[in-house]
Design a protein. Structure first.
Length: 329
């Protein structure tokens, strides 16, 4: 987990504070209002690639990570441009993730560059005062950190080992939107608690998997990853796959990738959630002969979480909670 924000104040701040203390009450109120709106600057953020000083509250943020863009939007940070991916069934026509595309368009967010193909010139042209970067996943540009840091203050976050709520906290501090981050997280957590109280959770453990058919690798959500944490909060006991089955040379914090031979042994949950899949995907898993005797398939307890459920942000997480409520209420 990333270290949290350290606020760096100029050496004369204490003297200024003493001077302000003698001002009229109205001046104090104005100062308090300004502080509440944006906090104290400059401030230093500790992140994956080190530490970055942000001199003033950002007003023009660009994100080279389409995954992190959803959290920036959720905390109402002024993200103006984001890397976009190749249009597919989980995006709109411009490559924005479907779960937040409407929000992005309403706020005037533009595509920084398409198809997740890094474009340094596009970043320079955007003239950002803060750049947000991922260290993992297909949208990672941490290897461009030195180039990006020469353009504007840059922070690198790992969404593979942190929940969107934890990322919201860090991004809230980096952007001066701490209050927005706290509110959206508190509201979401309350919604999860409300749904958890309404639903009936089947006995036994659960698996959450990305099903790519018998010819592809199946990804099993790991305990402690974003998907498992969300389902655990709803009352399910998510079980991962044995470490020795993982085909990744560099293991991830969120998913293990298995061949079909090992899926038959690892799919032990009495409930199976299909991540990044719809009813057709769930039906394909359920209809696979080699999985016919697994507990959830035998019981008909395979539940798709929707096509947008792989990348967890506030918007996709909310959709997952609503689907679980519908299926288990």
């Amino acid at each position: 987990m990333h270290a949290r924000l350290k606020t760096a104040l100029a050496a004369g701040a204490a003297i200024v504070a003493l001077a302000l203390s003698g001002c009229a009450a109205s001046s104090n109120a104005a100062t308090d209002d300004a502080s509440a709106a944006g906090g104290d600057w400059p401030r230093t953020i500790e992140h994956v690639n080190g530490s970055t000083e942000i001199p003033s509250q950002p007003k023009n943020i660009v994100s080279t990570s389409i995954t992190l863009t959803g959290t920036l939007l959720a905390i109402d940070a002024p993200v103006t441009a984001t890397a976009t991916t190749t249009p597919s069934d989980i995006t709109d026509d411009e490559g924005f993730f479907s779960q937040w595309a409407d929000v992005a368009h309403d706020r005037g967010v533009t595509s920084l560059y398409p198809n997740l193909e890094f474009d340094e010139e596009a970043v320079i042209a955007a003239a950002p005062d803060l750049i947000v970067v991922a260290s993992t996943g297909a949208d990672a540009t941490a290897d461009q950190y030195d180039k990006l840091s020469a353009i504007a203050p840059t922070i690198v976050l790992n969404y593979g080992d942190e929940s969107w709520q934890e990322l919201a906290e860090t991004l809230g501090e980096a952007t001066g939107h701490e209050a927005d981050a706290k509110k959206v997280v508190a509201d979401f957590d309350q919604h999860v608690a409300d749904v958890a109280a309404k639903i009936t959770v089947p006995e036994g453990t659960a698996n959450a998997v990305v099903w790519n058919g018998v010819e592809g690798q199946t990804a099993f959500a790991k305990p402690g990853g974003a998907h498992a944490e969300l389902l655990d909060a709803l009352g399910f006991d998510v079980e991962g796959a044995p470490d020795e089955y993982d085909l990744n040379e560099t293991p991830r914090e969120d998913f293990a990738f298995l061949s079909i031979e090992n899926v038959t042994s690892a799919l032990t949950g009495s409930t199976v959630f299909v991540v990044s899949g719809d009813d057709t995907t769930a039906a394909d898993l359920s209809g696979t002969k080699v999985l016919a005797n697994t507990p959830a398939v035998k019981a008909g307890n395979v539940h798709p979480l929707g096509n947008t459920s792989f990348r967890i942000d506030y918007y996709s997480a909310s959709q997952i909670v609503d689907i679980v409520e519908s299926d288990f209420a």
